[in-house]
Design a protein around this ligand. Structure first.
Ligand code: NDP
Length: 403
């Protein structure tokens, strides 16, 4: 079918690459490009070891994704049908610029965040809509799990089970244990910026702000058990509030263990999570970036992590005048992911949907000039692909609700 250029060579990228190479009928060629080429080569070697029969032709390249001319040169050399951006959110706009210049489709998993402000919003990427329409290319935003599958679940619920959805609660539970007192499951800088920010949710079209970790609930997750979960701000709230008509409230909860929270509080209290540069021995350093350097690399957690994730959405609304509830979720086992592709479930649950989003753009099922969030497309082919490519989902029509 065609060729993808993937940018980034971290935890998520490893899974995307493995999955593309399992799906070789669509991804005939894959170029893995990142800042550090040796990491791209390591991903290629891991694929050839775990999946030697793949027919995907893999190449690797070095690129600085902050540099638009470098990206343009790479895209012109490789001529991919789609660019899959699994570098960091800071690179979203430069990669979108390069895609525009070369008229190449674009897929990512996280919205743009300026490096110096720790504020993620879609406005910067939505501002590219007209330019992508005029160039005749598709940008698919947020094709990970959350955002990503949570948006697809919402579109699926609306298409098949509701006339109107009034309430959505997104529940992200990680029941995994890596054995460290403190480590983050994906990029520590991005993760800590997300969880130390104020919480927020949408009610009646307005953002309601909370203190960090102010709202706590307990939920009993299928195949994981009872966990504490906390309300966070999360990027899909912004797009779902616009794209799901009739919505009254959307909240996002994520589970955290007590050890994680105690460590985080302590690191915050001593200033280690700050993104303000400080002078240290005559050199400017950003405390959070230094912290990232001393924490375990998320990619190294794979072999140590046991347990399961359970991520899904609870919907409440009406169908044919009757009140209805619906819960759809995926359960993913850390060790099963590790055996299959060499990474834990957090990277796996993000990487599989990124491959699926890129596949649907390449096959034309989700191709439409402009800039779109996942819930703006037909959810059915994506839902089918989740079952096929490793993230099967379960439905419950009488779930326990979150108060
Ligand atoms: P990692 O930190 O493991 O990997 C990031 C990769 O990007 C690294 O290989 C890094 O290179 C590369 N990179 C960083 N800056 C540049 C640059 N200027 N040029 C080229 N490459 C660069 O992150 P993850 O794999 O954990 O996360 C990847 C993305 O997935 C992030 O945007 C994250 O927010 C998103 N995500 C989305 C989720 C979802 O459900 N939607 C969930 C989890 C993550 P180097 O190795 O040299 O540092």
């Amino acid at each position: 079918m065609g060729k993808a250029l993937m940018i980034g060579a971290g935890g998520v990228a490893g899974v995307v690459a493995h999955k593309c190479c399992q799906n070789w009928a669509v991804f005939e060629e894959l170029c893995i490009a990142s800042r550090t080429k040796s990491k791209c080569d390591a991903i290629r070697d891991s694929i050839l070891e775990k999946n030697p029969e793949t027919k995907t032709k893999i190449t690797t390249a070095q690129v600085d994704a902050n540099n638009v001319p470098e990206l343009v040169a790479l895209i012109q050399q490789e001529k991919p049908d789609v660019v899959i951006n699994v570098a960091l959110p800071y690179q979203d706009l430069t990669i979108m610029d390069a895609c525009l210049e070369t008229r190449t489709h674009y897929v990512d998993t996280a919205n743009y965040e300026p490096e110096e402000t720790a504020k993620f919003e879609y406005k910067w990427q939505w501002a590219y809509r007209e330019k992508f329409e005029q160039a005749g290319i598709t940008a698919l935003l947020g094709s990970g799990f959350d955002p990503g599958v949570t948006g697809v679940f919402s579109a699926y619920a609306l298409k098949h089970y509701f006339d109107e959805i009034h309430y959505i609660d997104i529940l992200d539970c990680n029941g995994g244990d890596h054995g460290y007192p403190f480590a983050t499951n994906f990029n520590p800088e991005i993760n800590i910026r997300e969880v130390s920010a104020k919480g927020s949710y949408i009610e009646n079209g307005q953002w309601v702000e909370t203190e960090p970790m102010e709202i706590k609930r307990v939920y009993n997750f299928d195949q994981v058990g009872e966990k504490d979960m906390y309300l966070l701000h999360h990027e899909e709230l912004e797009s779902l509030a616009i794209n799901i008509p009739g919505i009254k409230r959307i909240r996002f909860f994520m589970t955290f263990g007590q050890s994680y929270l105690t460590h985080l509080k302590c690191l915050e209290n001593v200033g280690m999570t700050s993104i303000e540069p400080i002078l240290y021995e005559g050199r400017e350093i950003v405390p959070l970036q230094f912290l990232k350097a001393v924490l375990p690399d998320p990619a190294s957690l794979g072999p140590r992590t046991v347990g399961k994730t359970n991520i899904g959405c609870i919907f409440q609304g009406v169908k044919d005048g009757e009140e209805k509830t619906y819960y759809v979720y995926n359960v993913c086992d850390h060790q099963a992911c590790y055996r299959e592709v060499g990474s834990q479930a957090i990277s796996y649950t993000t990487g599989v949907p990124a491959m699926i989003g890129a596949m649907l753009v390449m096959t034309g099922q989700w191709k439409k000039p402009g800039v779109y969030n996942v819930e703006e497309f037909d959810p059915d082919p994506f839902m089918e692909a989740l079952n096929k490519w490793g993230l099967p989902w379960t439905e419950n029509f009488d779930p326990v609700l979150v108060d």
